[in-house]
Design a protein around this ligand. Structure first.
Ligand SMILES: [Zn+2]
Length: 302
């Protein structure tokens, strides 16, 4: 992108944690069910994060739960697939468009699992210097009751669910969920199909951590794997590799220019993202935004 950052984009940088939390109007939201196989579905509404439902004899297992006002609609969609309440709920990370329904599902009997930093961040408030979340702490019913630091395997509904933490990627509490038998991977917000990644540096995210996270996921999956991204439609390995390669090449280009003493304005004027703008830059992270994120991180690391 040639243009300098617009005030609108600048405000996104200033308020990025808030923006990602900002709850759109959910009155007319429709939860779509996209069947992946006979016991796994993606539940989707474009205004919030993608969910995965794993159903079967062990009950309903849900990954992510969008915003609180949508819980009833989500539940209706679930009942149409497999009657019964959600037994286990997993959060891919703490952002409200993925964990906002925690209280509602917990009140209906779901046990919530997530990385330890998801619990820490849901409990934090804006006066806590360690965190910069602009909302008050969530009620304790929203907190995961089982947390993990690294990896965890869960065996339910004839699936081996491989849960692995990826460090400092989109946030500092991301987990991905791989089901090798069905060959399905839920990436959480470590992947938004057809979009540059949103790196929430205020919540421990980092570009280099994100690149490592994608590389780790790509080692696990193959060309047949069905990816449920945090946002966007179902995807495949190539979709994920393409955005990883784009960000890696931008990271390297920005690094080279920092070494030769270029400042952010000069690097933005180089239009380094011109080959990627149409493919990945049409979302709220445009070319200038991802270059700025990379520049800030690499400048800090110098
Ligand atoms: Zn997120």
């Amino acid at each position: 992108m040639k243009s300098k950052l617009s005030p609108c984009v600048l405000s996104l940088f200033c308020l990025n944690t808030f923006i990602i939390y900002a709850q759109p109007n959910t009155d007319n939201a429709v939860i779509s069910t996209i069947k992946i196989n006979d016991h796994i579905s993606m539940l989707q509404w474009s205004g919030a994060g993608n969910m995965m439902l794993l159903s079967g004899k062990d009950g309903n297992i849900l990954i992510d739960d969008q915003f609180a006002p949508l819980s009833e609609k989500i539940n209706v969609a679930i009942q149409a697939i497999n009657p019964g309440q959600v037994k286990f709920l997993f959060n891919t990370h703490y952002h409200g468009d993925h964990s906002g329904g925690n209280v509602n599902f917990a009140n209906k009997g779901a046990t919530i699992f997530a990385h330890a930093n998801v619990r820490a961040r849901l409990a934090a408030d804006s006066t806590n210097l360690k965190f910069t979340k602009l909302t008050k702490p969530e009620p304790s019913a929203a907190f995961p009751v089982v947390t993990f630091f690294d990896d965890m395997n869960v065996y339910l509904n004839n699936e081996d669910i491989v849960i692995f933490h990826v460090e400092n990627a989109h946030t500092d509490g991301d987990a991905m969920f791989f089901l090798p038998k069905s060959n399905v991977l839920h990436t959480g917000d470590c992947f938004m199909k057809g979009r540059f990644p949103y790196i929430d540096a205020n919540s421990g995210g980092s570009v280099n951590g994100w690149l490592n996270a994608v590389s780790r996921a790509l080692l696990l999956i193959d060309d047949e794997t069905i990816l449920i991204p945090g946002h966007g439609d179902l995807a495949n390995k190539k979709d994920y590799r393409d955005v990883r390669d784009a960000v890696m090449s931008l990271r390297d280009a920005v690094k080279k220019n920092i070494k030769t003493g270029q400042n952010l304005d000069k690097i933005l004027a180089m239009n380094l993202t011109k080959d990627y703008d149409k493919t990945f830059g049409s979302g709220f992270i445009n070319g200038d935004a991802i270059v700025t994120t990379i520049f800030k991180e690499l400048s800090r690391a110098k």
